[in-house]
Design a protein around this ligand. Structure first.
Ligand code: F6R
Length: 658
């Protein structure tokens, strides 16, 4: 664990001094946090701690000869906790024989064996792997007739009460603050009931249902009062998409608009979150307002850019008074005067801007983000999905090609699950019709497309794609990627389709990174021998694909680092369509003119299967080209607000040093 906030009794005051329970820095002197919050470097460490707490409780109850009553959650957040509990069951003899559990919610209507049912989720993620007796677990019933639901919800609450109430409630949090499916607007005294799902919840869930129209509109959920009735509540949140709502719940007012904020009223609640989900909390975002900090270069840049943007004043206009009035007098004391700090940070930012992402030949590169030599570099862009290269760094990709570098693209996954069935059927029919018309008899060619077309015609909403359908969908995306490469101007031999196996499950859930994935990545790096590697460092991707792809690249680079060709290799990280680097983190910013922005848009348009109501839209209704343009424009605007030159758009990169 890296930091902990003071206990609830002391919401805005001075924290009790003392060591952290598991080490790490001294806790903050002042807190803005109204719910005890533990921040961990990553979800794995955090999940281990939560699983430990649950295991201790189960064992304690066993010692007392009592049942342990758990309230359980589904979704992506608790998966790592359940995995750790299963490990403890297998390796440490943790028994679940005295566990009685009640799940928070279930979609309605929902058959228990559907791919998306929470009943199935719980069995696959936990129950089938431990010794909990079959009669001891309860998940709301999604198969009830409407007139039976109300009776059921009353009975569900009565059963919890009869069991003695919840000893422990595990929660995730929706991007809109929901706990269980208590959507914004839910009252603090709400009971277990049938709820209409919020649009944003449906959009997030549509990832599992293959599109919004197929996503349920209702769910049965435990009420807020049932959740608050638990003797202990632990809420989990991972990833930066949760950061704004976590800030609201932990530091904001108690409001029905963010139901997780009700946990401020609970005497024994805890938030366990990773650094990314914590990134909007005051102690992470502006730590100098909370405690004394070490004013290293990174902190200085973070604080000065933040001050400038907060006061809407360009950096070079910041005064001593601005620093003093905004909790930065110690920085001032250390450096003497605002003028010196301003110039220093301004110059650092200025030096991140370059129109020469591959280095400017024959120029002094002392203050440029990239080396001038070799003048013609080999660049390897890793693109997790077939369109991330153009969406996230299309302007830079184009400049590298135009400036004479040898650019290769490693398309890491096939991206096949993101093609709509209808789109795939259109292509399969096209090939079948063509083969029929010209009497093409290659049995394999005919079979694949006929099977794919037949399967797509008969496919139910919740069924997985067959191997043939996945093949057709992968082919569609490969064609689109090749089209982008032609458009930007690289030969098709420089597009490498890696088809990493971790991705090929046919469902949204992917396998973990395997040795084979790393080997494929190493082989491509060894083949290209790049001077520059670009990789997607975007951890906010809702499917986790970017994270696995990044892990593969970083692991491959670590293993290859002693090879002679790696001595001259720099790794740059770009972000995907979901988020941008914080301004103080950016080490290379590549500007784009209005024409370049337009050209990038046309490059993104090559990915036709990802336009017009794409399958995995997520909660953002903008198309990918719009997200990319908004984001690149925002980055340029930030630079401009800080007092640097005004560009139309900018792509941003951070260097990873191995
Ligand atoms: C699940 C549930 C929901 C989820 C929330 C976050 O039983 O009740 O409140 O916890 O939607 O989901 P993930 O963890 O997938 O981000």
């Amino acid at each position: 664990m890296i930091t902990e906030s003071p206990a609830l009794e002391n919401p805005n005051g001075i924290a009790p001094a003392g060591e952290m329970p598991t080490g790490g820095p001294i806790q903050s002197a002042i807190t803005y946090e109204k719910i005890p919050t533990h921040i961990y470097a990553d979800a794995k460490d955090a999940s281990r701690a939560v699983a430990q707490e649950i295991a201790s409780l189960i064992r304690q109850k066993q010692g007392e000869g009592k049942p342990c009553i758990l309230g359980l959650a589904t979704g992506s957040s608790p998966k790592t906790v359940y995995a750790e509990l299963i490990r403890m069951h297998r390796e440490e003899g943790l028994s679940f024989h005295n566990v009685v559990s009640f799940n928070l919610d279930e979609y309605y209507p929902m058959e228990p064996n559907s791919l998306q049912s929470y009943w199935r989720f719980m069995r696959e993620q936990l129950f089938d792997h431990v010794d909990i007796p079959k009669d001891n677990y309860h998940v709301p019933d999604g198969t009830l007739r409407p007139e039976k639901v109300s009776e059921f919800t009353k009975k569900y609450e009565a059963e919890i009460e009869a069991a003695g109430g919840l000893d422990f409630q595990l929660l995730g949090i929706g991007g809109n603050g929901h706990i269980g499916f208590n959507e914004p607007g839910s009252l603090i005294n709400s009971h277990t009931r049938l709820m209409m799902l919020d649009n944003s919840t449906r959009a997030a869930a549509s990832v599992d249902f293959g599109g919004l129209p197929k996503t349920p509109r209702k769910a049965i959920t435990m009420g807020v009062s049932s959740i608050l009735g638990a003797r202990r509540v632990v809420l989990l949140a991972w990833g930066e998409r949760k950061a704004p709502v976590i800030k609201g719940a932990v530091e904001g007012l108690v409001t029905e608009l963010n139901p997780a904020s009700y946990l401020q009223t609970h005497p024994n609640a805890l938030f366990v979150i990773d650094e990314a989900a914590a990134s909007e909390l005051t102690r992470m975002k502006t730590p100098w307002l909370v405690d004394s900090v070490v004013w290293d270069n990174r902190m200085k840049k973070k604080a000065v850019t933040h001050l400038s943007l907060t006061l809407s004043k360009p950096i070079l206009k910041l005064t001593d008074r601005d620093y003093n009035d905004n909790g930065m007098s110690d920085l001032l004391a250390q450096y003497g005067q605002a003028y010196d700090i301003n110039i220093d940070v301004f110059n650092q930012l200025q030096h991140t801007i370059t129109g020469w992402p591959g280095g400017k030949p024959d120029a002094d590169d002392a203050n440029r983000p990239e080396r001038a030599l070799p003048a013609h570099k080999r660049c390897l862009i890793f693109s997790p999905h077939p369109d991330d290269d153009i969406i996230s760094m299309g302007g830079t990709f184009q400049r590298l090609v135009d400036q004479g570098h040898e650019v290769h693209i490693g398309y890491q996954t096939s991206g096949n699950i993101a093609v709509a069935d209808d789109e795939a059927l259109r292509f399969a029919d096209y090939v079948v019709d063509f083969n029929t018309k010209f009497d093409i008899k290659s049995p394999e060619a005919t079979r694949i497309f006929q099977d794919a077309a037949a399967s797509l015609r008969n496919k139910g909403d919740t069924e997985m794609d067959t191997a043939e359908v996945r093949y057709v969908k992968g082919l569609i995306r490969m064609g689109e990627a090749k089209s982008t490469c032609r458009f930007v101007g690289i030969p098709v031999e420089q597009a490498h389709f890696m088809n990493m196996p971790f991705y090929e499950t046919g469902t949204v859930a992917k396998k973990p990174l395997s040795e084979e994935d790393v080997k494929i990545t190493m082989a491509l790096i060894a083949e290209v021998k790049p001077h520059q590697i670009y990789a997607a460092g975007d951890l906010a991707d809702p499917h986790g694909t970017h994270k696995v792809c990044l892990d593969a690249v970083l692991e491959a680079v670590r293993r290859l680092k002693d090879e002679s060709f790696m001595k001259d290799c720099w790794v740059w990280l770009y972000r995907g369509a979901w988020a941008e680097w914080d301004i103080h983190e950016i080490e290379m910013a590549v500007p784009m003119s209005p024409d370049q922005v337009m050209k990038k848009r046309l490059g993104i348009f090559k990915h036709q299967s990802q336009k017009d109501g794409v399958v995995y839209q997520g909660t953002d209704s903008r198309e990918f080209w719009q997200r990319a343009e908004d984001r690149n424009r925002d980055t340029a605007e930030l630079y401009n607000k800080l007092g640097l030159a005004e560009y139309e758009a900018m792509e941003a990169f951070v260097r990873w040093r191995f």
